[in-house]
Design a protein around this ligand. Structure first.
Ligand SMILES: [Zn+2]
Length: 750
């Protein structure tokens, strides 16, 4: 080899590194000649004089592009080892194979010069310390870069030209294949065709990709596997949401040839790593679009309509698709006062309302911004819609019904095709078995078992088909439909018509609904904009608020006011006697009069005598609960009387208050902290004392109350007992001498 005199003993003492790389796995698979030549460089190194043990091959980068060092561990390893000076020579088939980026390559060459590392390619040996060699390598680097540029340019140019003629072969989606002449045709496999056709039909029927996935539940969807050994082989799997989106957005199904839907470019991250980024181009930026390029499944208009429908389903870009709720104008109603979209709110009682809540939240609401019962708007809009539907439109609906019948037939078609195929397979297996010589027993046996397998498979798909057909609901006949559709109003209100269907019908005719500004609170003005551009304005009476239509007669309120010094029960009695009823249509009682007092500001009589207070007031003064006060009254410790409306009135003089305070101090059950200190080291809680002595906690509480043991009340009403040895001994004696204190049974686990 040229330049072998440049190799010195120092180089032989160090390692000879062979760097092997192919850009892609396809090259590794198909361009085996080149890979073999790269590996042969190891023999070359031995020929030049390196010992076999001193030659190493780095092939970690097979199948990785040399565009950048990103992900190429082999190249990084190579650079690292050159850096520490343990490499005598680097071998590569071409200098450009080390790195496509000249920055990476220059760095490697500079490091090689500093560490006196030789570079060897197919043409010769270079010593980077030698200016001529450096110049030559630099030149080769430039040349290969230029070559790459021209090559890429020519390739891209040829590719683009072929694409502009619609002849560049691209990966076709499932359902379309290339025929022998290279033209795009629909898949000859009927089962595949049926699946694609049904996908589009399901989208038309359901209006969303999720509905398509639901329609394909339990049914297989085809996939053509490309790449590697698959080579376009057909596989079957589950239909996913993303695949539905992929099919709907692929213009190939509309018979249109498009080149350049995606644009790939390189981006640099803040940490200086370079990677490829693929962006989707907008339809108007597609470089090559050829309509009617081949037979498709849908028309271009269908394609555009599907795209628009998908866009209308994307809520995060502001679209408001049809939802399941009952409010018809959900998503298309706007506030005519502030111009914002109104939100739909479902209340717990099942009623819905449209609310101008965005403006209110932003403090931008105008005086005429309001909420309105969804029923008020919906009834008016639906009535207007139904009156607008004339018989001609109904005829259109009938045509749609025929389409439904078609679609229904296609639902079982997939199953029928599967049966047909299984039957064909079984017949073939049978023929093979029949044709086999009887003396060839081994072959006959295996053929027979295969035939049996095929028959079993056939039975299985036949069963599946029967189930599918049974699962399809019976369709009404055309005559029945004509009768039905002649009464659109009945169809609209039929319980089998879902709110979703109603909304979709509404949206096909009505573009949007506006709640116009209306100063009269009892009325609502509703604007309707039809898709034709025509507008309508309706004025309807609003539903009254509950307090309006359930209003108590004013004569009853007047009577109650004149009797305000009486108790609620007495007033109720008088009102009932005078023949009045509540707004809800019931006789008056204590509660009804109480709410009447609250709502109509009828004053309550003063119910306390001089020096009397309520139970709540006693509780507040003593710092105890009202429950404790009621308990005292019940026990007879505290005198009290039932006042008007059945409330407790307690004479609470100075002496009574003092007596109560004494009781609070003496009681073990009324929670007032003696001190806020935490539990001390010698202190035990009631529960702990009970556990130590093996008695019930009630006994401990009793002792505390009787001052048999010393305790203080801590925060939260908790008792802390100063439980020293002396106290413990006393307690144990008390337990032992007591006739009725039985130790609590210890639990088995302790
Ligand atoms: Zn508003």
């Amino acid at each position: 080899m040229r330049g072998s005199e440049k190799i010195t003993t120092s180089h032989f003492e160090r390692t000879a590194l062979i760097y092997v790389r192919q850009s892609s796995m396809a090259q590794v698979r198909e361009n085996t000649e080149s890979t073999a030549r790269q590996y042969a460089l190891a023999d070359e190194a031995v020929l030049l004089g390196w010992p076999r043990s001193g030659v190493e091959v780095i092939d970690a980068d097979l199948g990785l592009s040399g565009r950048s060092t990103e992900g190429r561990t082999g190249f990084k390893d190579l650079v690292g080892r050159v850096c520490i000076g343990e490499v005598g020579a680097i071998f590569g088939l071409e200098i450009s194979r080390f790195a496509r980026s000249s920055a990476d390559l220059s760095r490697l060459l500079e490091l090689a010069r500093l560490t006196d590392t030789l570079v060897v390619d197919a043409d010769g040996i270079y010593d980077l310390g030698n200016f001529n060699d450096r110049l030559l390598l630099g030149l080769k680097n430039q040349m290969s870069e230029a070559e790459l540029h021209f090559l890429a340019g020519r390739l891209q140019g040829a590719k683009r030209a072929a694409a502009e003629r619609g002849e560049l072969r691209v990966t076709l989606p499932v359902g379309l294949v290339y025929d022998d002449e290279g033209s795009t045709v629909v898949d000859p496999d009927e089962e595949v065709r049926a699946a694609i056709t049904d996908l589009f039909a399901a989208f038309r029927a359901g209006g969303s990709a999720y509905q398509v996935v639901a329609a394909f539940k339990g049914r297989r969807f085809p996939l053509r596997a490309y790449g590697g050994v698959w080579a376009g082989q057909l596989r079957w799997g589950r239909l996913t949401h993303s695949r539905v989106l992929g099919v709907l957005s692929n213009p190939a199904f509309a018979g249109t040839y498009v080149f350049g839907r995606y644009h790939s470019h390189r981006v640099v991250d803040p940490d200086a790593t370079v990677h490829n980024k693929v962006t989707k181009l907008a339809m108007e930026d597609w470089p090559v679009v050829i309509h009617d390029h081949h037979h498709g499944y849908i028309t271009w208009e269908d394609y555009l309509a599907n795209k628009a429908c998908l866009a209308a389903n994307t809520t995060n870009s502001g679209a408001r698709p049809v939802r399941e709720g009952t409010a018809l104008c959900q998503g298309i109603i706007a506030c005519g006062s502030c111009g914002r979209a109104m939100s739909t709110r479902y209340h717990r009682n099942g009623h819905a309302s449209y609310e101008c809540s965005a403006s209110r939240a932003d403090q931008m609401a105008t005086p005429t911004c309001r909420s309105i019962s969804a029923l008020t708007v919906d009834e008016a809009v639906a009535e207007r819609l139904l009156s607008a539907l004339d018989p001609e439109e109904v005829a259109l609906a009938l045509a749609a019904a025929d389409e439904v019948a078609d679609r229904r037939a296609s639902r079982s078609r997939a199953g029928e095709l599967a049966v047909e195929r299984a039957r064909y397979d079984a017949q073939r297996a049978e023929r093979a078995f029949d044709g086999c010589e009887p003396e060839n027993r081994l072959v006959a046996r295996s053929l027979e078992s295969r035939w049996e397998d095929r028959l079993a498979a056939l039975a299985e798909v036949e069963k599946a088909l029967t189930e599918t057909i049974a699962a399809i609901p019976e369709l009404p006949g055309r005559a029945e439909l004509e009768v039905l559709t002649s009464d659109v109003t009945a169809l609209w209100h039929a319980p089998s018509t879902s709110p979703r269907d109603r909304k979709r019908l509404l949206r096909t005719l009505i573009a949007d609904v506006t709640l116009l500004a209306e100063p009269d609170f009892a009325k609502a003005r509703i604007g309707i904009r039809w898709h034709t551009g025509a507008t309508d304005e309706l004025v309807v009476a609003r539903r009254q608020a509950v307090t309006e239509y359930r209003r108590t007669e004013s004569a009853a309120i007047d009577l109650a006011r004149s009797l305000s010094h009486l108790s609620n029960n007495d007033i109720a009695h008088q009102l009932n006697a005078a023949g009045f009823i509540t707004g809800a249509g019931r006789p008056f009682d204590n509660n009804a009069v109480a709410s009447l007092r609250r709502y109509h500001h009828v004053p309550s009589p003063s119910m306390l005598e001089e020096s009397e207070v309520t139970a709540g007031e006693v509780a507040r003064r003593l710092g105890i609960t009202a429950g404790a006060v009621i308990y005292w009254i019940a026990q007879g410790w505290l005198t009290a009387r039932r006042g008007i409306n059945n409330q407790w009135c307690i004479p609470f003089g100075v002496s009574v208050e003092e007596k109560c305070r004494q009781r609070v101090i003496g009681s073990a059950h009324i929670h007032r902290p003696d001190s806020t200190e935490q539990q001390g080291t010698h202190e035990l809680t009631v529960g702990e004392v009970a556990a130590v002595l093996g008695i019930s906690t009630n006994v401990v509480y009793y002792w505390i109350e009787r001052h048999h043991i010393d305790a203080r009340r801590g925060l939260g009403g908790r008792w802390f007992i100063d439980f020293d040895a002396e106290t413990e001994a006393e307690c144990r004696t008390r337990v032992a001498t007591s006739g009725h204190l039985k130790p609590v049974l210890e639990s088995q686990t302790s």
